[in-house]
Design a protein around this ligand. Structure first.
Ligand code: HC1
Ligand code: SF4
Ligand code: SF4
Length: 579
């Protein structure tokens, strides 16, 4: 084939591609707004016009690059006067219905529409205020996780496609409301009252500022400005590997110590790490697994640290709630310790402590809001902000990324092991739990690199047989919400002893609160693998240390909690997921 007068030999795989995808891989930036490869979305924005001459026809046709498949002998031109004019026209049509006041928009740094409008040098012909006099009426702020701003929506359908493909819940849809096509939660009720798992993959798919997290930044800033509050912050395992992207770094840069420094510069009183909480979760979860295996408890046990997965089970399989480990997530365990152990150590009144987490996740906002996630009247967590919100906080508090030097976090709630770090990617929780469970059951040492994952035959589910004492346990790792349904449909659920589910594909490194990755980069770069490599590297540098080796955590147990699964552990670190 010829692409812009350059010749290419099509591989069998490329013969299956659309012109748009093929050209993207060759480094050609055909403009488009609706194309999203991984969700199979295309054909809605009309921007990606190209000129094509099929072999032997002698006729040049203008067509949508996303809709036409590659064919041997084709000659394609992507940037002629005609295609440029067509793209401009299509983008102006979209801009004419879009609130193009970018100054205050949450996406102004990485909006795909703004970038394209600048590239094509087009502007709207219509003033948005002439077609809409009530901006607020177009904003849906009902959900704890997701806010929809329809003033910004371009009806590209990427969110709907992403939700369908990645979760199969179909929780967000383009639908007729008051006679107009609009994006909304199913039946236009609040997301939180639908089967939506609040994973936020729809938000990640959005090219503009139409879908965003429900922000808690105002509350965090108010706490920081309140001299009577002692404000703690802790970052999730997967923040260190993605935050740099928002400050102009490449994918796969470990920014952990600069993030600590930035948080200190932003005015937080104590800087901690949720990885410490992850090690804590493992101590409790592994103890529970051991107990269930040895004493005939309900199996398979399910991990319960991903609130997207917790919602999914509540909504679709409430009969299985007793499979959940009762261990709280690292976020909530950390929070409980921050309101009990920490103030006891520091000699301060727990009610003055305000605990903020930085999460890659929208469902974590919901988890923190669960009414009974509190102990003795102290909320575990007071506010949850996403990776993206943290970048905005740095900006608001004039924290200059380039000027920051690496810093250490505060102690005692920041030591963590390689296993704690592994929580950030799919399979990591399972590995960590098994290694500590094995140690507890037979004193053995499970070498992380010796775990040979197998394809289970169930889509998106890997498996592994663990030997714990005399027991052989079938272990499953479900990578993404949609595959949890595959596991249930396989009829094999009860053959497993322990199952990890993360709602987002790849795990939290690809969570719904992570930096946006545009549709083009999603085709050319395996950004999830790059983010994962940072955590794997940290694990290696830690000597693949295990949760039970965390010295500070041992002190916490010795001085405060007693044993895992003790009465006090249950009070602070467990939760009844059946409620
Ligand atoms: Fe996650 Fe977790 S790994 S759930 O993805 O168990 O959000 O990163 O913080 O709580 O540790 C998220 C990440 C995170 C919790 C941990
Ligand atoms: Fe679908 Fe997840 Fe978005 Fe809910 S949060 S609408 S489940 S993609
Ligand atoms: Fe949140 Fe992680 Fe679960 Fe995604 S996988 S919903 S980011 S906890």
């Amino acid at each position: 084939v010829m692409l812009n007068d350059k010749e290419y030999e099509l591989t069998p795989e490329q013969e299956e591609m659309s012109i748009l995808e093929f050209a993207t891989i060759q480094g050609d930036d055909i403009p488009s707004l609706c194309f999203l490869k991984e969700a199979g979305n295309n054909g809605k924005c009309g921007v990606c016009k190209v000129e094509v001459e099929k072999a032997g026809t002698g006729k040049v046709k203008t067509t949508l690059a996303c809709r036409m498949k590659m064919e041997d002998g084709m000659s394609i031109h992507t940037n002629t006067e005609k295609t440029l004019e067509a793209a401009k026209k299509a983008v102006v049509r979209i801009l004419n219905k879009h609130d193009f006041r970018c100054g205050k928009c949450v996406r102004k740094e990485n909006c795909e529409l703004l970038a394209l409008s600048s590239k094509l040098r087009v502007r709207p012909e219509v003033k948005y205020s002439d077609i809409c006099d009530d901006l607020e009426a177009n904003i849906d702020r009902r959900s704890m996780g997701i806010t929809i701003d329809r003033n910004k929506c371009i009806l590209c359908g990427r969110c709907e496609a992403m939700c369908k493909v990645k979760t199969s819940t179909g929780s967000i849809k383009l639908q007729k409301i008051d006679g107009e096509r609009k994006i909304a939660p199913l039946e236009n009720v609040c997301f939180d009252d639908t089967n939506c798992v609040l994973c936020g993959q729809c938000v990640n798919a959005c090219p503009v500022g139409a879908l965003q997290e429900t922000s808690e930044l105002d509350r965090v800033e108010a706490a920081l400005d309140d001299p009577d509050k002692h404000v703690l912050v802790a970052i999730a395992p997967s923040i260190r590997t993605s935050f740099g992207e928002l400050e102009g770094e490449e994918f796969g840069v470990d920014t952990m110590k600069k993030v600590y420094a930035g948080l200190r510069a932003a005015g937080f009183d104590r800087i901690y790490d949720i990885n410490f909480g992850a090690d804590m979760t493992i101590m409790e979860e592994a103890t529970e697994l051991k107990d269930r295996l040895l004493n005939g408890g309900v199996l398979p046990m399910f991990t319960s640290c991903c609130p997207g997965w917790v919602r999914l089970l509540h909504n679709y399989h409430p009969e299985c709630l007793d499979h959940f480990s009762s261990a709280k997530s690292p976020q909530q365990m950390f929070g409980a310790a921050s309101k009990s152990y920490y103030p006891a150590q520091a000699g301060i009144d727990p009610s003055t402590v305000y605990t903020v987490t930085v999460m890659p996740c929208l469902a974590k906002k919901m988890e923190a809001h669960i009414p009974s996630m509190e102990v003795d009247g102290q909320r575990d967590i007071d506010a949850v902000i996403t990776t993206r919100e943290l970048a905005k906080l740095f900006k608001a508090r004039k924290v200059k990324w380039r000027k920051l030097e690496e810093e250490e976090p505060d102690q005692p709630m920041s030591e963590f092991t390689g296993d704690g770090t592994g929580f950030g990617f799919s399979g990591g929780v399972m590995q960590a739990a098994l290694r500590t469970a094995k140690h507890m059951v037979d004193g053995g040492d499970l070498d992380i690199q010796a775990i040979e994952w197998q394809d289970s035959g169930i889509p998106g589910v890997r498996e592994f047989t663990a030997e714990l004492g005399d027991l052989k346990a079938r272990i499953g790792v479900v990578n993404g919400a949609v595959h949890a349904f595959d596991l249930f449909e396989s009829g094999q659920l009860n053959d497993f002893a322990f199952v990890e589910v993360m709602a987002c594909e790849g795990g939290c490194i690809n969570g719904g609160g992570q930096p946006h990755v545009n549709a083009h980069t999603r085709v050319t770069t395996d950004f999830v693998a790059k983010r994962r490599s940072v955590l794997k590297n940290e694990q290696k540098e830690s000597g693949f240390s295990k949760s039970y080796e965390n010295k500070t955590l041992q002190v916490y147990y010795n001085d405060y909690i007693g044993e895992p699964a003790s009465h006090k552990a249950h009070k602070y670190l467990h939760y009844d997921f059946q409620t």
